[in-house]
Design a protein around this ligand. Structure first.
Ligand code: TXA
Ligand code: MG
Length: 334
């Protein structure tokens, strides 16, 4: 509980977001607090990866079940060996090719990483973000930082500091504003703990890119069964879902749409109703990825009954958009 005289307490009462600086964030993190930080993918809710009490605060603030493990963020390739062991050569090849950047690797964990961080798994997720503010905070704190996306469990991930403030302001010690996220979708996750390097979550680093470096890659098909154990944690079906029902893909001809339906368009696709916004008029996948979550946040307003999202080609980074939108989508229209 915050000290009643603290600035944090004042902000909580006044409902001001607890905006903070890199230096102050680093100090709070060293004290075991949790702070939202920008990364190039989405904003993260960071805490000291070595400190179970800080990790517990992350799970509590997000209302995230502890069976869903956290990613540990570092600011130099050499720090990988501080938290992971038996690191295969392929991990260094991927690190050289894609770090800093939107790639997370699953590696055997060292004992210094608490079980709470990995949900009891013998492996740890490691990522070296490219956002200069994320790097500055990791460097200034001198700690590896565990950070899930800075949203309430199962909600849409934040791509601006304002998105974080709207969900978590009164639950966390600080928010560092680093501007809108450039990538806009969570990092690709590649496991290096099995026989073949395996993509567990698609992102901006595509399976083709991984294959180009390693010569081989497998893709884990999402099991996506609620209640299923740890095969692909965090990949449950209702992840990423806004409060307003969202339907992704081609609308069946016989569908009866509610009056207050809005449409997120992609390219020049001919939708059944006029578009409210367009992810990319020219069909540019990177532009669409950077905008998607912001549009989902903007249109997640009770004045709407349904959000339609146009089909998006399932190629390259489009695989990440299809993955998230399929999870976000209701399965049939009313
Ligand atoms: O882009 C990102 O990765 C963002 C930013 C903040 O870095 N973080 C993020 O974290 O998306 P989160 O917690 O929303 O997703 C982390 C996911 C887990 O849900 C789980 O699927 C996977 O990473 N994960 C973590 N540790 C794992 C492990 N040891 N084995 C398999 N999957 C793991
Ligand atoms: Mg998340």
């Amino acid at each position: 509980m915050a000290d009643r005289s603290s600035f944090f307490y004042f902000c909580t009462i006044m409902k001001f977001p607890p905006w903070t600086s890199v230096e102050e964030a680093a100090r709070l993190l060293r004290q075991g607090e949790v702070v939202a930080i920008p990364t190039e993918t989405v904003y993260g809710l960071a805490g000291n990866a070595f400190e179970p009490k800080a990790l517990a605060k992350i799970f509590a603030a997000k209302e995230r079940p502890t069976f869903d493990p956290l990613i540990v963020h570092i600011s130099d390739i050499s720090q990988m060996a501080d938290i992971a062991k038996d690191i295969p050569e392929e991990a260094y090849q991927l690190a050289e090719a894609f770090w800093p950047g939107p790639l997370t690797m699953i590696l055997p964990k060292k004992d210094c990483i608490p079980d709470l961080c990995t949900s009891g798994l013998p492996s740890v997720a490691v990522r070296f973000p490219s956002h200069p503010v994320a790097q500055a905070i990791i460097n200034a704190s001198g700690l590896p930082l565990a950070a899930p996306s800075a949203n309430l469990f199962k909600h849409v991930s934040p791509t601006t500091a304002e998105h974080v403030a709207a969900q978590l302001s009164d639950r966390i010690a600080g928010i560092v504003d680093g501007g809108p996220c450039q990538v806009g979708v969570e990092s690709s996750i590649v496991s290096l703990t099995g026989d073949v390097p395996t993509v567990l979550r698609p992102g901006a680093i595509t399976p083709e890119m991984v294959k180009k470096v390693l010569g081989r890659v497998a893709i884990k098909e999402s099991t996506s069964k609620p209640g299923e154990a740890m095969q692909a944690p965090g990949q449950c079906d209702t992840h990423y879902r806004p409060q307003v029902p969202l339907y992704f893909g081609e609308v069946p001809a016989n569908a009866v749409l509610p009056e207050n339906t809005v449409r997120i368009a992609f390219g020049n696709y001919q939708g059944v109703i006029p578009a409210a916004v367009n992810l990319s008029v020219t069909g540019d996948m990177m532009e669409a990825t950077a905008k998607l979550y912001a549009y989902m946040h903007d249109l997640d307003d009770p004045k709407y009954d349904l959000i339609l999202v146009d089909p998006i080609p399932n190629q390259g980074i489009g695989m990440a958009l299809n993955d998230r939108l399929k999870r976000a989508s209701i399965k049939t229209l009313p």
